[in-house]
Write a protein of this length. Structure first.
Lengths: 307, 314
């Protein structure tokens, strides 16, 4: 029996009305991917590439122009699909008049929770995100990192099977950023399915099992992280406790094989950042007239952000 | 992790109540509303203290009743202003603010149907208007009751002398006393304030509808206020047209006015509040018909809001 994917996006197209006389703008162009239960999936792409629109379509906040999205087999346009999903938007602001605990309880009640179960759950989540000491403080007095963590707690309140995180560490200092990354690790260990959008490629590389690269609305690369960042014509042999003699034998063997060359020992993989830049820059070089307008406001694509 | 499978109902009263309660708390904790309440209380206080107590001939029903009317009119006017401003501004603020702060994403990413969200927001605003009016009504009733008692004491003294002098019969005295009491704290006065709430509910529902497609709070406020004035001015125009000497022109005008009332609420029946302030009794059937009319208008605007908001790309 096949397992129902946690997320299923099929040929998703989303078009918006353009400004006067501009016609329609295609923000997402025939994007398809699946996320298996328990997987951590990262969607990366430059600003305006269609990441957030894809997420919004998955959450039913925008309706697809073509194609479909489903969460655990339920159509995303239906309210029922949201029972199994928790969402943390980019730079969220919650009701400032509520305290941390009241915020979690408010979202819990919206999901039909009440009584002791809700009280216990809110305590558990405050502990998980490290905000027990700030439970009674109003959100107006929370730092950016604390807001992100309370946002994560509200996303988890009904114990969903899928967590969607849009730039969860945006604007957070390195320490807060690491805390959030550690939380994602905890959730991964607990078997949550996580769908993550981030510009922090190192973090994506650290936590994600599979990655999709979206560029100008189209999914240009998608697959297991290990496969994507592997260099195709090179093979890595990792040995433990290899003696110099053994390495000499290996070198000798490779010399005997025609066309085979031992380049070096050690890590021969590229990084996710390099892969990302290659995928986006190559396309910009191919279509310079389009790239000019897009990269003008996009320091990452211009190379300022990544090496 | 939970494995939920139950279907989410289109309308959940408990969820609507949770959103309404949160909206009410949110609005109460916004300092602007505290300032408005303080302003209203100061206004009410000034009205209580600036008028002198009357004695002698002033306490006879005509003058005493007029004094009570003069006392009530600005107080009820202030209450109407409070209800309308809160109804429009609070409603106009809520949805755009939730969108700007991205709070709406987190709410609608939960199993919350958009209709529940809209109803919760509207009910939260109406709770605030109702609570504010309730507090002010208690204050108004207290002020009017104290003044009525002071006038009655003088009335009883003076009217007794008039009866003894043979200028009034005992029946005249009782009739005048009843007339004076009709300007005091009556069920009609409470009904009139309920009508203010009805009016605020309609304009809040209209503001909700406008805010579902408007891009700014200011636009929503301006258009809502405009519709209120149009609704009132057109009502006056309709009254004039009904008395027009030219039946042809009058009929065309009437048709045009009725067409506008499809989009803009007809506030004419709500003007009965002014008559109640002059001491007239509010018939229960009129209050009932206004309640039905309010439910219909609010229902229509909520359905239209839902129609727009359910298709809105957030």
């Amino acid at each position: 029996m096949s397992v129902t994917p946690a997320v299923q996006v099929k040929s998703l197209v989303k078009e918006f009305k353009g400004s006067f006389g501009q016609g329609r703008i295609r923000a997402v162009d025939k994007v398809s991917f699946e996320i298996a239960p328990g997987e951590v999936y990262g969607l990366i792409g430059p600003n305006g590439s269609g990441k957030s629109t894809t997420m919004k379509a998955l959450l039913g906040l925008v309706s697809p122009s073509e194609g479909s999205c489903a969460i655990f087999g339920r159509d995303s346009t239906k309210v029922d699909s949201r029972q199994d999903v928790g969402f943390l938007p980019e730079n969220p602001y919650f009701y400032k008049h509520l305290s941390g605990e009241e915020t979690i309880r408010f979202y819990g009640k919206l999901c039909g929770m009440k009584g002791k179960a809700l009280r216990d759950r809110s305590r558990e989540l405050l502990s998980l995100v490290g905000l027990e000491n700030a439970r009674s403080r109003r959100l107006g007095g929370y730092s950016k990192g604390m807001l992100q963590r309370i946002g994560l707690a509200q996303a988890l309140v009904q114990d969903p099977r899928l967590l969607i995180l849009d730039e969860p560490t945006a604007g957070v200092d390195p320490i807060g950023s690491r805390q959030i990354r550690d939380l994602i690790f905890k959730l991964k260990d607990r078997g949550f399915t996580v769908f993550l959008c981030s510009h922090l490629l190192e973090q994506v590389q650290e936590v994600c099992d599979r990655v999709g690269i979206i560029h100008k609305g189209a999914l240009v690369k998608e697959g297991p992280l290990e496969d994507l960042i592997a260099i195709e014509d090179q093979t890595e042999v990792i040995l433990r406790n290899a003696t110099p003699g053994l390495l000499d034998k290996i070198r000798e063997l490779t010399r005997q094989e025609e066309g085979v060359e031992l380049l070096r020992t050690g890590n021969s993989r590229t990084t996710l950042e390099r892969l990302f830049l290659r995928e986006t820059m190559q396309r910009n070089q191919r279509y310079p007239e389009e790239a000019g307008s897009e990269s003008a406001g996009n320091p990452e694509v211009q190379g300022g952000g990544y090496s | 992790m939970s494995q939920t499978s139950s279907a989410t109902p289109l309308i959940s009263l408990s969820r609507i109540w949770i959103i309404a309660g949160n909206t009410f708390t949110h609005l109460v904790r916004m300092k602007i509303f505290y300032f408005l309440l303080i302003f209203v209380l100061i206004w009410l206080g000034l009205n209580v203290f600036k008028l002198p107590y009357n004695a002698g001939p002033e306490s006879l029903s005509g003058v005493g009743g007029e004094e009570l009317r003069i006392l009530k009119a600005p107080l009820v006017g202030t209450m109407k202003l409070f209800a309308l401003i809160i109804g429009i501004v609070a409603t106009a603020l809520l949805i755009p603010r939730d969108m700007e702060d991205r709070t709406l994403y987190t709410l609608l990413a939960k199993p919350v149907p958009r209709l529940d969200y809209l109803l919760g927001k509207l009910i939260g605003v109406l709770l605030l208007v109702f609570s504010g009016l309730l507090v002010m009504t208690l204050l108004l009733d207290g002020v009017v009751w104290v003044r009525t008692q002071a006038i009655l004491i003088e009335f009883d003294k003076v009217s007794q002398i008039l009866v003894e002098q043979g200028q009034w019969t005992q029946d005249d005295r009782l009739a005048e006393r009843a007339e004076l009491l009709s300007h005091g704290v009556t069920w009609s006065l409470q009904g009139a304030i309920l009508i203010l709430f009805f009016e605020a509910a309609i304009i809040a529902a209209l503001a909700l509808l406008i805010s579902t497609f408007s891009s700014s709070t200011l636009f929503t406020v301006v258009i809502s206020v405009l519709t209120y004035f149009i609704g009132n001015f057109i009502a006056d125009g309709l009254d004039q047209l009904q008395g027009s000497s030219s039946p042809g022109e009058g009929n065309i005008g009437m048709l045009a006015v009725k067409a506008i009332f499809v989009a803009v609420p007809d506030y004419r029946p709500f003007k009965i509040v002014d008559e109640v302030l002059t001491g007239q009794t509010l018939p229960p059937d009129i209050l009932g018909s206004l309640a039905i009319s309010t439910v219909l208008y609010v229902g229509l605007y909520v359905i239209l809001s839902w129609f727009v908001f359910s298709r809105k790309e957030i």
